[in-house]
Design a protein around this ligand. Structure first.
Ligand code: UDP
Length: 313
């Protein structure tokens, strides 16, 4: 049994990780300021003895009483909509928040886990993306706040590893979805599902030929925990390699929701990556992990959760 601090533990992915850790007998301290997540995601866990919640912005220094075995730094706004609305907070949680959580791990002699992102690859010129690809990021574009904060966080994590001997893990997380997404999140899965369920037109940005590879939240959480448990230090892609165009995604959303919505095309956001697909050979080899939930199978419970919250289910 370990005592694990999870920053961002009430988010879509953080809450799925926290639930799995508690279910296997770990103690968990969630630290989250709830700016882009809902306490509802963890309210069902609050009664368990092994669960603690601290409301705090981890870009400001903080201390945790008692022993800590693992610090998982998962806090950050992560939707492109947030990049426009919370750019300074994103840079601070990726920069100062990473420094504070690395410092906590060092003080406690704990293992450190960084939730990094496929965004470190930017608009990738290598496809699919292996961990060895250094990326194609515009540092001064609207996405730069997230991409560069995470790149800084990776560099800082490796600096603590090399300079202080800290035991570290870095996961590069690709597009993840699930029932706990915010309805107003602004990302493609939540937008299209809400629109389809409400019978409104589905908004496709650009020509819809750009691709993403979507991982169901439970698969993603399992991969992240296996990485924490492993001995592998360098960055590792954790994502689902099944690649879809946005038009293909819209088709699956329409089928899963039995919607009669049409598609409307809207302008492509600045620096929107044209393609994205994880090469997960490393995760398969080192962790024996790969996703098992197809897009269609993952969208069914996601749509059900959305319908309930919209008062339609
Ligand atoms: N997108 C879209 N319609 C929407 C929201 C997003 O076509 O209502 C597109 C967006 O332009 C991008 C892809 O869907 O090409 C994935 O966008 P998302 O915001 O989910 O995440 P990203 O992978 O860009 O960070």
């Amino acid at each position: 049994m370990s005592r694990i601090v999870v920053t961002g533990g009430s988010g879509l992915l953080g809450s799925a990780v926290v639930r799995r850790l508690l279910d296997r007998g770990d103690q968990v301290v969630v630290v989250d300021n709830l700016i882009t997540s809902s306490y509802d995601n963890i309210a069902g866990l609050a009664g368990r003895d092994a669960f603690e919640f601290v409301r705090h912005d981890v870009s400001k220094p903080f201390e945790i009483d008692g022993p800590v075995d693992v610090v998982m730094h998962m806090a950050s706004p992560a939707s492109p909509k947030d990049f426009g609305e919370l750019p300074i907070q994103i840079m601070k949680v990726g920069g100062l928040g990473s420094h504070n959580t690395l410092g906590l791990a060092r003080a406690k002699q704990a293992k450190f886990f960084l939730a990094s992102t496929s965004e470190v690859y930017g608009d990738p010129l290598v496809h699919p993306q292996p961990e060895t690809y250094w990326g194609n990021v515009n540092p001064v574009g609207p996405r730069g706040v997230y991409d560069e904060a995470k790149r800084f966080a990776e560099a800082m994590t490796m600096a603590y590893h090399r300079h202080h001997g800290l035991d570290v893990r870095i996961a590069r997380i690709f597009n993840t979805y699930g029932p706990a997404m915010r309805l107003e999140d602004g990302r493609v899965v939540s937008n299209l599902l809400v629109q389809a369920l409400q019978g409104r037109p589905l908004t496709i940005y650009g020509d819809g030929q750009q691709t993403r590879s979507f991982c169901y939240v439970d698969d993603e959480a399992e991969g992240l925990i296996r990485l924490v448990d492993s001995d592998y230090v360098g960055p590792m892609n954790i994502g689902n390699p099944d690649e879809f165009t946005m038009l293909e995604l819209a088709q699956v959303v329409v089928e899963v929701t039995n919607s009669e919505s049409d598609i409307v095309f809207e302008p492509l956001p600045v620096d929107d990556p044209a393609q994205r697909q994880p090469d997960i050979a490393l995760a398969r080899r080192v962790l024996g992990w790969e996703p098992t939930t197809s897009l269609r199978d993952g969208l069914v419970p996601t749509a059900e959760g959305f319908a309930r919250r919209l008062g339609l289910g």
